[in-house]
Design a protein around this ligand. Sequence first.
Ligand code: ATP
Ligand code: MG
Length: 383
Amino acid sequence: MKKLVLVKYASEIFLKGLNKNKFEKKLKENMKNVLKGIDYEFIMDQGRWFVYSEDLDELIERLKKVFGIAELCIVTEIETDMENIYSEALRELKESGAKTFKVETNRANKKFPINSMEVSKMVGAYLLDNSEGFSVDVRKPERRINIEIRDKTYIYSKRIKGIGGMPYGTNGKTLLMLSGGIDSPVAGYMMARRGVKLSCVYYHSHPYTSERAKDKVKELATILKGYTGEITLYVVPFTDIQMSIMDKCREDELTIIMRRFMMRVACKIADKFDIQSVATGESIGQVASQTMEGLVVSNDVADRPVFRPLIASDKIDIMDISRAIGTYETSILPYEDCCTIFVPKHPKTKPVLEEIIKEESVLPIDSLVEDAVNKMEVYKEEL
Ligand code: ATP
Ligand code: MG
């Protein structure tokens, strides 16, 4: 008896009509990417996807991180005949520990002489006759025992939830502003989960922020890569920009002006690499710079859409996701970030665009941005 994994993809992919093939192809490619390095076999049987490997646990661990997969089922492959189906269904039920069950059959192999309703009935009756303490519950069974009659027959009742979303790489690209904090890795994960390809930018204020702060961001990018298969991180030297702002601008406007620079640099990099949008981990009201006025003023310099998937999320919920996706432990490591070092004592929470534009106009904006982009480091393979 061979155990395999049946891969069920998100129902949204079914709704894609003529584009369905494109999404399926990408999903398959992404699965291949995460399965690199282990021996496995991919089996297509009339629209069903099965994956076989000696190491089923590792296979599942990896497939659980692939966006677009809704469910993974551990199936047993048997020869197609009723005796085999009976005994395997009984084993499956006993092993499950469930008290109530329901049998569901799908007969894709029309050469098999008994129709699916009949098979379900026969197997149900057999299970009741040959076991004790089980009952049928068609509405809310503890276990659904599925029988797929194809060339071979596949039986399963064990289902593992996949992470859902859309296949990575099917919905354009975004440049994520990735800090060492809790929010931005979650924001990146959420964009990636909807199929958007991620690149990341980190603003590094050497020597005010240490190598360790940079390593922390690299580590976060590496964790995200576990979901995306590949990732690029641009590390931009930000000290000159911050020093110029400190030197020439009002203290209470430092943060907002700095955020406008972050946005300008991000757009410049996005433009250079044909990335259509920018994403941040901002959430309305969370800190002084994330007021509606603050967001409006920093958004003003963007030349492309800026996505903020966490804008309406509470911090507690963001933290929950961060734990679930595995970035939390790294995010809470206590290394300084560039914003905490340059925070004004009383930052403006309601900046006025015209005033900010006037205040920053004394700076050589274009050359500061260009210079930062020219000096950035690129990390890809080593992540
Ligand atoms: P996070 O937890 O993501 O750091 P935060 O709550 O600390 O967010 P801010 O520090 O105000 O909030 O940053 C808001 C957003 O700006 C971040 O989510 C991130 O997208 C971006 N950002 C902030 N600092 C940096 C940085 N040093 N490099 C890259 N992006 C940054
Ligand atoms: Mg931060």
